[in-house]
Write a protein that binds this ligand. Structure first.
Ligand code: COA
Length: 149
């Protein structure tokens, strides 16, 4: 009997991924799954996007607060990276990133593969940390979606 929990799920409703990528054979580890460092790199890029948007400036990754690989990623999976700001400090922006793999696109199965929390620091044009501006309704966290008229 297999007692392991069923990892199948759905992509998050009403959210847009920051990145959607299909890993290539060059991204595999010797066991034939996607190399963890590839996923970590993509998570860092995806998390930096809402951090940059929130800080309204360049950002640098200051910490990977947590990172959990829940399921392997295989070549041929379509991998989606969802990222959202969960906290802001004086100069820091903390972002949660959730990663989902869509397997077998003809008979789709969605699996949550990775969860991470990263902290970014807002930087000025000289690369020095600076204050994160107050949240403003005039500068939304995400651009409005295109209208289809
Ligand atoms: C980012 C950098 C400019 C911050 O400068 P610093 O003087 O060390 O900054 P601080 O220690 O005051 O920390 C800045 C903010 O990050 C937060 N922070 C620092 N380390 C943290 C950690 N391990 N976890 C969570 N938050 C952390 C601090 O709490 C602070 O937040 P706040 O301003 O909102 O209160 C500097 O550390 C740096 O250049 N790091 C290298 C960044 C880089 O190259 N990243 C790419 C990955 S290699």
């Amino acid at each position: 009997m297999n007692d392991s929990p069923d990892p199948r799920t759905c992509l998050p409703a009403h959210r847009q991924p920051e990145l959607r990528v299909m890993p290539m054979p060059a991204d595999l580890n010797p066991e034939g799954n996607v190399f963890g460092g590839w996923i970590m790199s993509m998570v860092d890029i995806a998390g930096a996007i809402p951090a940059h948007r929130r800080a309204r400036s360049r950002v640098a990754t200051v910490a990977v607060n947590s990172f959990a690989f829940r399921q392997p990623v295989s070549v041929g999976d379509l991998v989606s990276f969802y990222a959202e700001v969960v906290a802001t400090g004086r100069s820091s922006v903390t972002v949660d990133v959730e990663v989902y793999a869509e397997r077998d696109l003809e008979n789709p199965v969605v699996v949550k593969v990775t969860e991470a929390r990263l902290t970014y620091v807002a930087l000025d044009e000289h690369g020095r940390k600076q204050l994160v501006p107050p949240a403003s309704p005039a500068a939304p966290e995400r651009p409005a979606p295109p209208s289809h008229s």
